[in-house]
Design a protein around this ligand. Structure first.
Ligand SMILES: Cc1ncc(COP(=O)(O)O)c(C=O)c1O
Length: 379
């Protein structure tokens, strides 16, 4: 058996863990905030206080490390807590390069709190590696931050090319892989140093947990500093949330494959729709980075796509108003399909066109999803 066990088996069995005392196949939720110290003043259990270590995190962290092919993972209280920690582990004056098209919440943090804190950030068109190369400040650039597919235009960034540029400058490549999931893309195998997920989305998959993760390629001083940012800042995941996250991860490959198949079906049909000006989906041959997507994504192109509705923002908002099956809601990666007028969320300064609706395709019946969009578009 090559590369055994597969992601399907690792997830379904949550690494095959059996609780030693009761032989339970599902781990208990550990609610204790504090753990007994040994008479010799040591903590031989490895647990002391719940902000430092929590047995309820262990299985999800270890499973994610296996899925990503990394050396270690950390759970955080949210995707934003995970995303900001690698920056907070730098020093004021350090520089980072990030994409123009990325999750708007992190762009806002980098240009607001991050900048006030002393971080310098340049935003480039990351589909053009020459722009990334020229944004690098030798000796000062510490992180090249990528997000692929990138929210909400679903651009694809060439991770191998980005890793080469970052490493040549002595910087790290960190990747927000939320939309790709470890099922479709493994950034570490392509050269990334850090992988981040808003686990609120596909990893959990049921729209009922706020969580974030980081996975590293090496357990070095920088990784320990990130760990210290989590421990001392306290942006840790609650025990019950960690338990729910692991439960969601057990079905990750199934959910991701179904959402990807549904999204590809919708993208192909909607691309021919008379009321739609453009469909943004990396699985379409018309997507400008389709060739890179085919190379660095396996088994599908994800559940996220966007459509641009003819008639501008008003027509897009009117379409979203008429859906019956799709839910008008923000977020993504749950089993239920969501539709959102993205410019209304991102506000002033966003590069997102006004006619764009972001679709998070769930695992429902694909024909029913298409029929609902069709009636909402007023075909
Ligand atoms: C791609 C991406 N990264 C990061 C985040 C932030 O995650 P959270 O909302 O869990 O803090 C989100 C949330 O929408 C996201 O979509």
């Amino acid at each position: 058996m090559k590369n055994a066990p597969s992601q399907d088996t690792l997830c379904a069995q949550a690494l095959g863990w059996v609780e030693p005392r009761t032989k339970a196949l599902v781990q208990p939720v550990h609610l204790a905030t504090t753990f007994e110290r040994d008479p010799d003043n040591e903590y031989s259990s490895g647990y002391s206080y719940i902000r430092n270590e929590n047995p309820s995190w262990d299985q999800a962290e270890q499973l994610l490390t296996r899925l990503e092919g990394g050396a270690g993972s950390l759970l955080f209280a949210s995707g934003m807590a995970a995303a900001t920690s690698p920056f907070l582990a730098l020093k004021p004056g350090d520089h980072v390069v990030a994409p123009e098209v990325m999750y708007w919440g992190l762009r806002k943090w980098l240009t607001g709190i991050g900048r006030d804190w002393g971080l310098a950030a340049d935003f480039v068109d990351m589909t053009d590696l020459a722009q990334v190369r020229s944004a690098i400040r030798p000796g000062t650039t510490r992180i090249v931050w990528a997000e692929t597919p990138s929210n909400p235009m679903w651009q694809i960034f060439d991770l191998t090319g980005l890793a080469e540029i970052a490493h040549a400058a002595g910087a790290r490549l960190a990747v927000d892989s939320t939309a790709a999931t470890p099922v479709l893309t493994q950034p570490i195998a392509l050269g990334a140093d850090l992988v981040m997920h808003a686990a609120t989305k596909y990893l959990n998959g049921h729209s009922d947990v706020l969580a974030g993760t980081l996975t590293t390629t090496r357990d070095d001083e920088y990784w320990r500093r990130i760990q210290a940012v989590r421990t001392s800042g306290g942006a840790v995941l609650g025990s019950f949330e960690a338990w729910l996250l692991l439960r969601g991860m057990r079905t990750l490959p199934l959910r991701v494959r179904q959402a990807s198949a549904n999204a590809l079906f919708l993208a192909e049909r909607l691309e021919r729709h008379p009321r739609i000006a453009a469909v943004l989906y990396p699985g379409l041959p018309s997507h400008p980075q389709h060739a890179i997507a085919k190379r660095q994504m396996q088994g599908g192109f994800g559940g996220m796509l966007s459509i641009q509705v003819k008639g501008g923002a008003a027509a897009a908002i009117a379409c979203a108003a008429k859906v019956k099956l799709w839910k008008r809601a923000t977020s993504l990666g749950g089993v239920e399909s969501l539709i959102e007028h993205r410019a209304s969320i991102e506000g002033v300064g966003s590069p997102v066109p006004g006619d764009l609706l972001r679709l998070s395709t769930g695992i429902e019946d694909k024909d029913e999803l298409l029929a609902d969009l069709d009636q909402a578009l007023g075909a």
